[in-house]
Ligand binder design. Structure first.
Ligand code: ADP
Length: 455
């Protein structure tokens, strides 16, 4: 049970008044928690069976716009309801919010009571089931890097998110002294998340002033994505409680490195053996691992939209910043798109370094598993290993470096259309197109500064 409380335990906690509020939330296209705060008595008596939300929650953008053109919902369709079906195995106390428990919900069609196909949690469950049919589970971990600022969200907004003060004045990568100064916040993050059943491994300073990383222990893909989305929301809430702000933008300043969400993954047989490990094979990489990784390389461009969903995401792909630019695999090499970690051991795995921390973990993991399955099913041969500085690799393919390119690769992806479904891919192509069109309407500070006088 990924949660920390059974439904009976929740009922008892409501009865003894230690819980008075239940947050019921779905995962939206952006990977956010969206839902309602229930008076706990109402939840355990009624809403635990189902509650409802407007179906635009899976057809909107960061700003809660109502873009035209989605097949699933529209003004002409009347923007009806979805069913939010509480997943009672996910109930947990949220120690950062007093007297409160959280339950994640699946999204069901109001009429058919089937899961909505483009719901991120449903998409990931489908790929996990396909992998299960092949005899594997995917141990997955999605790292979270983020920037912390001394200003509160209110102060940051009043300053238009400009000239904010990072919590540390210098690059704090692995620094114990600097991170000691941040313990008030980071210790709360670790302990509160652990109290919510999220297996925190550690936090550390990252490679920029004010940048931090949170590592959560690997888990089955759906549990990991749940943990990631809950953790992201919790980090914001806990920072807010400390009068600080954090951002999960992929690139929050042109002058600093971006924030990543590296995805680690290894396959295990259903009886718990490491399917990626073969002690006889080079680097200990089994045939299954080689095909699965070949799928990652072959379909990296197709998947990039799910690793980098906004215009801003592509500003992160800069040579020499530890963010990759090339579709290449390499042993323990942080310049490569795919870094092999734990070579020659049972923990051998790949780390996909393409994703920014703005990714939706359900979508990213869905794409990775789909690509890996395609690699196994088609017995794709693994391209040659790369060694050296991948930024300088002349003959390697580039990771799509604009949202336009990534959206085109998604649109043309036969593999993703077959694995995720035509309607699902069309849905996300439309989301990408909307992001591009919205950005194209904006006249940026950069254009004015550059051209006002000199054009
Ligand atoms: P590094 O610092 O080299 O990136 P870490 O040891 O910090 O790697 O591990 C990064 C992430 O990989 C952690 O979240 C960890 O739980 C996860 N991880 C460890 N072993 C495995 C494995 N066999 N399969 C998938 N993920 C794993």
């Amino acid at each position: 049970m990924p949660g920390t409380m059974s439904f009976d335990e929740l009922k008892a906690a409501v009865e003894d008044q230690s819980i008075d509020t239940v947050v019921a939330a779905i995962i939206d296209m952006q990977g956010r928690l969206m839902g309602k705060r229930f008076y706990a008595k109402n939840f355990v008596e009624h809403a635990w069976q189902e509650t409802h939300c407007c179906n635009y929650l899976l057809a909107t953008d960061l700003e809660m716009g109502t873009p035209d053109g989605y097949q699933s919902t529209s003004w002409s369709g009347g923007y009806g309801d979805y069913i939010m079906k509480p997943d009672l195995a996910s109930i947990r106390k949220t120690p950062w919010a007093e007297g409160t428990a959280l339950v994640l919900c699946d999204v069901l069609d109001h009429h058919t009571h089937q899961e909505v196909p483009h719901s991120p949690r449903a998409m990931l469950k489908k790929q996990v089931a396909r992998l299960h049919d092949l005899g594997f589970t995917a141990a997955s971990a999605t790292e979270l890097e983020f920037f912390v600022f001394n200003e509160s969200y209110e102060q940051a907004r009043a300053k238009k998110y400009r000239n904010l003060t990072p919590i540390s004045p210098y690059n704090e990568d692995y620094h114990i002294f600097q991170t000691a100064k941040e313990e008030g916040l980071m210790r709360d993050i670790r302990n509160h998340l652990a109290g919510a059943g999220i297996p925190v491994e550690n936090t550390k300073g990252e490679a920029e002033a004010g940048q931090a990383e949170l590592n959560i222990r690997y888990a089955d893909a759906v549990d990991m994505a749940d943990n990631h989305s809950i953790a992201k929301n919790a980090v914001k809430e806990i920072a807010h409680g400390h009068g600080r702000s954090v951002t999960f933008l992929a690139k929050c300043s042109a002058d600093t490195v971006g924030s990543s969400s590296h995805v680690h993954q290894s396959l295990w047989t259903l009886d718990g053996k490491p399917a990626f490990y073969d002690p006889q094979a080079k680097h200990g990489m089994s045939q299954i691992m080689q095909h699965y990784l070949a799928g990652q390389i072959a379909y990296a461009a197709d998947m990039t939209y799910f690793f980098a969903p906004y215009v801003n995401s592509y500003k992160r792909f800069v040579a020499g910043t530890f963010a990759p630019t090339k579709i290449i695999w390499s042993i323990d090499n942080r310049t490569a798109g795919f870094r092999i970690v734990g070579a020659d051991s049972t923990a051998v795995r790949f780390e996909c370094r393409i994703g920014g921390v703005d990714l939706n973990p359900y979508l990213a993991l869905s794409a990775i598993i789909a690509a890996g399955i395609a690699g196994i099913e088609n017995k794709l041969p693994l391209p040659a290993e790369f060694a050296g500085d991948a930024y300088a690799a002349e003959h390697a393919d580039n990771i799509p470096n604009t949202l336009l390119d990534a959206a085109a690769a998604l649109k043309n992806s036969t593999m993703l259309r077959e694995a995720l479904g035509e309607d699902v891919v069309n849905h996300y192509c439309h989301a990408a197109q909307w992001e591009i069109e919205e950005f194209n309407k904006v006249v940026t500070d950069y254009e004015i500064q550059r051209g006002f006088e000199r054009a």
